[in-house]
Design a protein around this ligand. Structure first.
Ligand SMILES: N[C@@H](CCC(=O)N[C@@H](CS)C(=O)NCC(=O)O)C(=O)O
Length: 223
């Protein structure tokens, strides 16, 4: 049975599973385009599958998953031996502990501040909502702290979880890319800049980013 992936070209979260599939060279799946601007993801059929009514969502036989990082993890496991491994060795406690430490940091220290900044800088002008400056004032210093910490960490490793490109880099990349449209991330952060040039130079990234770029170019002013 063909995998079905509900996504929207405007959904940067959807890039995580799409990037895993591209890295693994898997083309045999069906994209179900979902217009989140007109509420196509709020149909009863979709709510039945996704408790928050959000994309991305995957259906693979009897497996139905939402949350982009969980879907990306599922696909990385399913196609473990195809293309880059993306996951740590399953039976090694130290490697696994380190992997999950870096994995959680992306959600707890980066994404949590990056998303509100994107919402105010990109989404608000695109939907004609006024910008909430207090949100920017609250999250910008915390995101800056995180970027400084990542830049420092990348002195000692090539990727954001160790010396190999992995699911952790994939989890950072979509949000990091949209953030580059909101602020200067790399000035004075040469390690972070080197990392970004490396991961965004990958063929898989170039493949998945094009539809999102096109969609935002017509939806968001100053993209
Ligand atoms: N934590 C979720 C976030 C999902 C999410 O916010 N999806 C957005 C698109 S990027 C969405 O469906 N927005 C429409 C809505 O919330 O109604 C994930 O990573 O999958």
């Amino acid at each position: 049975m063909t995998i079905k992936l509900w996504t929207s070209p405007l959904s940067y979260n959807s890039l995580r599973p799409e990037l895993v599939l591209a890295e693994k060279g898997i083309d045999d799946f069906e994209i179900v385009p979902t217009n989140i601007m007109t509420g196509e993801h709020k149909t009863p059929e979709f709510w039945e599958k996704s408790i928050f009514g959000r994309v991305p969502l995957i259906e693979d036989g009897d497996v139905v998953l939402f949350e982009s990082r969980a879907i990306a993890r599922y696909l990385a496991q399913k196609y473990l031996n195809t293309g880059p491994r993306l996951l740590p060795a399953a039976n090694d406690a130290k490697t696994n502990g380190t992997f999950w430490m870096w994995m959680i940091l992306e959600i707890e220290e980066f994404n949590v501040h990056a998303v509100p900044i994107i919402a105010e800088t990109i989404v608000a002008p695109a939907v004609g909502r006024s910008v909430d400056q207090a949100v920017l004032d609250r999250h910008r210093p915390r995101l800056t702290n995180c970027l400084e910490a990542l830049d420092k960490a990348l002195l000692k490793m090539d990727y954001l979880g160790g010396d190999e490109y992995s699911l952790i880099d994939i989890n950072y990349m979509p949000t990091m890319y949209v953030l580059t449209k909101c602020m200067n991330l790399f000035e004075g952060r040469s390690n972070l800049s080197k990392w970004w040039n490396s991961v965004s130079g990958r063929d898989a990234w170039k493949k998945v980013i094009k539809p999102l770029d096109d969609a935002y170019a017509s939806a968001a002013p100053d993209w």
